[in-house]
Design a binder for this molecule. Structure first.
Ligand SMILES: [Cu+2]
Length: 168
């Protein structure tokens, strides 16, 4: 019984690291990191995620880098004369204490500029986020369909199952 309990404990402790799309640095929790698949030959792609500040001081997402693009820029969408345009966020995005900020299609997003390979649905890539106070943290972005609105449901559950099977 003790051995079984210990094995279960290992699974529970090991699970967070195994979940793609999540990370934590200091008081900042990052979840649902995903990107849209890109057509062959595309030079840019969009990346999205959710950040929650569980701490007592504000922090700021300044930008980052990715394994699959020359630049990993923070952009916002703004309507100008009825036309949606995007532009770089020079000062990043502030996350106040207790606040949850979601980057999403049609809103603030990461722009992968100068893709070194197409983003293929079902794959993933690693990116590093840079926060003003919390510093740097690596996150795995899952790659969803070209028209996806968010990360596929149940993906993290599947990862958990694989983890458990590995214990046998
Ligand atoms: Cu953009």
């Amino acid at each position: 019984m003790i051995r079984i309990a210990f094995a279960l404990l290992l699974i529970v402790l090991g699970a967070p690291a195994a979940i793609a799309g999540s990370a934590q640095v200091g008081a900042l929790k990052i979840t649902a990191a995903w990107a849209r698949a890109t057509p062959n030959g595309a030079k840019v792609g969009g990346g999205y995620l959710t950040i929650t500040n569980t701490g007592t001081t504000p922090d700021r997402l300044l930008g980052g880098s990715s394994q699959v693009s020359k630049r990993f820029e923070l952009h916002e969408m703004k309507s100008e004369n009825g036309i949606m345009k995007m532009r770089p966020l020079a000062n990043g995005i502030e996350i106040k204490p207790g606040q949850t900020v979601a980057l999403s299609p049609g809103g603030e997003h990461f722009m992968l500029v100068g893709l070194s390979r197409p983003l293929k649905q079902g794959g993933e890539f690693k990116a590093t986020l840079n926060f003003e106070k919390a510093g740097k943290v690596d996150v795995e972005f899952s790659i969803e369909g070209i028209g996806a609105r968010g990360p596929a449901a149940g993906k993290s559950d599947a990862g958990g199952m694989m983890h458990m099977e590995g214990m046998h």
